[in-house]
Ligand binder design. Structure first.
Ligand code: SF4
Length: 585
């Protein structure tokens, strides 16, 4: 982060500067830290400008002009989501910032940071990455301005975007820039359009000759007809899942070229990545605590991807539906390293991933021909294979590591999948809940669940019965924390009342409810904008703040409206007789 640190490493210049909207935590859960370590591992000298000021160049020029390029990310969250509530009120907190207060990153951080870097280092290639750039890679609905925006590669004037999990694409891209004498965008474009996992602005003549091309509705088509946004979104989902097409989109006379998804890291690559020398701690220059860093310091990520394909979730669009898992040895080695970190208390706070019980899952068929949008709904695909008993054995091995006293699964469980292996589920409930199990029924009304691409509600009721029974058997008082959502497209006030009645019948009192926020690029955002389901059938959508607040208030009558400045991005926390707090997704 400083010249002094460069001198210590014997670096006279940087090859790559990474600019991030998060505080710098040297932990694999932070994208910039992860790619920084990965690039250093591949021989590049990488500097980090964490939460630089965006009204002048000083913070990005501190370590000099990098030789190859600058990588820019808004951070772990879309900057608009980080800054505004579901009711478009400004948040006061930011869990990724030292001191936990908002204000250290700009709105639309990718665009703002790109401008700073381009002013500071004219002609330097700027590569966007991370969730904000990834989800805004084609024309997308932006909730915060209630309008459709162009691909962020055009809005920011960046050289390219690396979308999804970028380890392989960013190394290929760094190698290509290193090997080019001319680093202008004109010279680089023909090379970049052949690297998987990138988005580049160009023209039709730039499409590689041998590419299998899928053309998305243009930006202008989408402005004219919201159904075109649904079509573009579904085609992009298919591109991510089938992993072979180059997608293109016309936009204001330019062509946005989205190369096929980058080859994801497999078990070997993930193990190698996890074995890099992360300190797991915030940069020593910080004097204040970074809330999110404290939360993940003793958690272990076992896999990437989520097979669920929920229509509101950004995960499948970013990490993909295919699960890539780390080996058991690598996970246990990481646990051993955690026990050596300063402040170790004996508890592993989480062993999991986007959905806890998907470690080791795989498709036993040919995914590249699959037309489904979810491996789990409307019913679990017969080709979807996972041995959840192996996950239980993994957890028991983690418990056996010396000085580990408690192991907990704090990641959400996919309940329909959990119910396919009662033995594994009983063990999980009896041994690894740690007081609270997080599950995501999201709603109670089946037509809303269908629009969400979630399993029917009966799966949740079955899970609850089993949870109570197994907890009693283990002699433990523990609770289910269900994530629920108001104002989803297709959800009416009557649907919210039905959910509220069900909760009342259980004696459950909601403490916090997630009001649906349409995330750019997701199928649910397209439905919200189009006011139809994905087949084009009209649905009711609570669109105005007043309608959304009313639905929200049905579950949270004591609140009516959210208190000023209070955040609503966290998942709701409910419990039977006890309050809990949902971990942010
Ligand atoms: S074939 Fe089945 S398991 Fe394989 S990707 Fe498609 S839905 Fe998923």
């Amino acid at each position: 982060m400083t010249r002094k640190e460069m001198d210590k490493l014997g670096w006279d210049e940087l090859d790559i500067l990474l600019v991030t909207g998060d505080g710098y935590v040297d932990h694999p859960s932070y994208g910039a830290a992860l790619l920084g370590r990965w690039l250093v591992h591949h021989g590049y000298r990488v500097g980090m400008a964490a939460q630089p000021k965006w009204d002048g160049p000083d913070d990005v020029t501190r370590m000099g002009r990098p030789r190859l390029f600058a990588g820019v990310t808004a951070g772990s969250l879309d900057s608009m989501l980080a800054h505004y509530t579901a009711f478009r009120k400004k948040r006061s907190d930011d869990a990724y910032t030292p001191g936990g207060m908002a204000g250290n990153r700009p709105n639309r951080a990718c665009i703002a940071y790109t401008n700073v870097v381009q002013r500071a280092f004219p002609g330097l290639p700027v590569i966007l990455g991370g969730i904000e750039a990834s989800l805004r890679r084609i024309s997308h609905y932006d909730f915060w301005v209630d309008n459709v925006r162009k691909s962020i590669v055009l809005d920011s004037k960046a050289t390219a975007i690396t979308y999804g999990m970028a380890e392989n694409s960013i190394v290929a891209l760094a190698d290509a820039i290193r090997d080019s004498e001319d680093r202008s965008i004109r010279a680089l474009r023909p090379i970049l359009v052949n690297i998987p996992g990138l988005v580049v602005a160009g023209a039709r003549k730039d499409i590689p000759e041998d590419a299998a091309v899928v053309e998305l509705p243009s930006h202008e088509d989408i402005l004219a007809d919201p159904q075109a946004l649904i079509k573009a979104t579904l085609l992009l989902e298919r591109q991510v899942h089938q992993n072979k097409e180059t997608a293109i989109q016309e936009s204001g006379g330019r062509l946005v070229i989205i190369t096929p998804p980058g080859e994801p890291l497999q078990t070997d690559g993930l193990d190698q990545l996890a074995g890099l020398p992360f300190s797991r701690l915030p940069h020593p220059s910080y004097t204040e605590r970074i809330p999110s860093a404290a939360m993940i310091q003793t958690s272990v990520t076992t896999h990437r991807g989520c097979a669920g394909g929920c229509s509101f979730c950004a995960l499948a669009l970013h990490q993909g539906r295919q699960i890539r898992s780390r080996s058991k040895d690598s996970i246990l080695e990481e646990v051993e390293r955690i026990t050596e970190v300063k402040g170790w208390t004996g508890s592993i706070s989480d062993v999991g991933g986007p959905s806890a019980n998907m470690w080791g899952a795989h498709c036993a068929s040919d995914q590249s021909k699959c037309k489904r949008s979810s491996c789990l709904t409307p019913a679990i695909c017969k080709h979807y294979k996972v041995a959840q008993g192996d996950f239980v054995n993994l957890l028991r091995s983690v418990s056996d590591v010396e000085s580990v006293k408690h192991v907990r699964v704090a990641s959400g469980w996919r309940i329909d999948l959990a119910l396919t292996d009662m033995r594994a589920l009983s063990c999980m409930i009896q041994e690894f809940v740690g007081g609270q199990a997080k599950v995501a029924p999201e709603h109670q009304v089946d037509h809303v669940l269908k629009l969400m691409r979630k399993p029917g509600f009966s799966a949740f009721e079955k899970f609850l019965d089993l949870f109570d029974k197994e907890s009693k058997k283990a002699g433990k008082k523990q609770y289910v924390i269900p994530y629920l959502m108001s104002a989803f497209p297709g959800c009416t006030d009557d649907d919210m009342r039905a959910l509220s009645d069900w909760l009342r019948a259980q004696g459950w009192k909601p403490e916090q409810v997630q009001c649906f926020i349409p995330l750019p690029g997701t199928a649910a955002a397209a439905m919200f904008h189009a006011e139809t389901d994905l087949e084009g059938n009209p649905i009711f959508v609570a669109k105005s703040d007043a309608q959304r607040l009313r639905q929200h208030g049905i579950l949270m009558p004591t609140m009516g409206r959210p208190p000023k400045g209070k955040q609503h991005r966290g998942k709701p926390s409910f419990s039977k007789g006890q309050q809990g707090r949902g971990k942010r997704r």
